[in-house]
Write a protein that binds this ligand. Structure first.
Ligand code: TXA
Ligand code: MG
Length: 335
């Protein structure tokens, strides 16, 4: 199949909407990562997403809406707290897990009773949903297991010839996927950290719990609340290790390594091995913005290993840590 390149102008958006209405699949920009979209009401179209990504069937998709009217067509019995969250954080990088409506097809929800919903703030994403007048189910537009795509070239590397079109735009603002919170459990639980932080969420949901799977490897056959958490994720081919320690210990540690790269902070000076800074340790948004792109880039060099200086486990740092510990297959070195 020829994958069309569409611009993020009115013509491109109209063409994308037309393809989606006709059961096609289109990669679209969002403020978090690029998504691979199809109508949430079209089972056959959704199946194509799973095939293009090589995604396990039981891993459900997030449904993207452009306004609160659409929420009623995808979810039921919506609790008041959902509207409070929507008022504060939508449009933006927050996904809410709610009771699913009958309209949502089984392949979207992976057989669960719930549906994950978010309203993106990216203008192109909003327009594509609005013009197609469809809630769009969209996982990240990467091959399953690889780092999520934060630029359209990442999407083309993974998806060219496998999908109908890609809407090309700039690099994604946040660079890590949305925060996922389930409001279907009591108390509500943070299933995946993102740019909307646990600290911010607690201003609205004081009893929010953090799912243990955010920071630890699920046991074999353990039942996890968010099926995506049990799969290997975000991993480049290079063997990644997450390293916790202060600047001096990190620099001394990586300088003893051979044929290895360091993924470090701007503050980590005097590193003698090849190194890639993903931002200042105090600017967690920059770390989030850059990390997936660097994880993809290191594969071009053939290093035997990459050692990543671990961010703090709070604020947006928690989201970056959560992705890195998975990229590292839970191999953490504490100095
Ligand atoms: O920022 C994002 O959320 C991006 C952009 C494209 O919007 N999308 C994204 O989708 O990251 P995906 O499919 O790569 O990740 C969705 C996550 C998975 O971990 C999945 O298991 C979880 O959300 N999820 C989806 N539906 C769920 C549900 N009903 N209950 C619990 N977890 C759910
Ligand atoms: Mg993903």
């Amino acid at each position: 199949m020829i994958t069309k390149r569409l611009k993020n102008d009115a013509d491109g958006i109209n063409s994308a909407a037309e393809i989606l209405k006709n059961g096609g699949i289109v990669a679209i920009p969002t403020e978090t990562v690029y998504g691979l979209a199809a109508s949430a009401f079209d089972d056959e179209a959704i199946k194509k997403i799973f095939i293009a990504k090589g995604r396990p069937q039981d891993n459900p998709l997030i449904v993207h809406i452009s306004d609160l009217k659409m929420l009623g067509s995808v979810a039921e019995d919506i609790p008041d707290i959902a509207f409070l969250c929507a008022e504060k954080f939508w449009p933006g990088p927050l996904t809410l897990v709610l009771k699913k409506s009958r309209n949502i097809c089984k392949t979207v929800s992976g057989g669960l009773d719930t549906v994950a919903v978010r309203m993106p703030s990216d203008k192109t994403a909003q327009e594509i949903i609005r013009v197609s007048n469809l809630p769009l189910a969209a996982p990240s537009a990467n091959t399953s297991g690889l780092p999520s795509p934060t630029s359209y070239t990442h999407v083309i590397n993974d998806m060219d010839t496998k999908i109908d079109a890609v809407v090309t735009a700039g690099d994604c603002k946040f660079g890590v996927e949305s925060t996922v919170v389930t409001l279907y459990t009591d108390p509500p639980r943070l299933l995946r950290p993102g740019a909307v932080t646990a600290e911010q969420l607690r201003t609205i949901i004081p009893n929010l719990q953090i799912d243990p799977a955010v920071l630890k490897e699920p046991e074999k056959d353990e039942k996890v609340s968010s099926p995506g958490m049990k799969y290997k994720h975000y991993s480049p081919k290079t063997d990644v290790f997450l390293v916790e320690g202060d600047t001096l210990s990190f620099v001394n540690f990586v300088n003893r390594k051979q044929n290895a790269a360091a993924i470090c902070f701007d503050e980590d000076e005097n590193i003698l091995v090849p190194h890639f800074s993903y931002g200042s340790k105090d600017n967690e948004l920059s770390l989030a913005h850059n990390i997936f792109s660097i994880l993809r880039k290191i594969d071009d060099y053939g290093f035997s290993a990459a050692y990543v200086h671990a961010p703090q486990k709070s604020g947006v740092g928690l989201a970056v840590y959560n992705r890195l510990i998975r990229a590292a297959g839970f191999k953490v070195i504490t100095l």
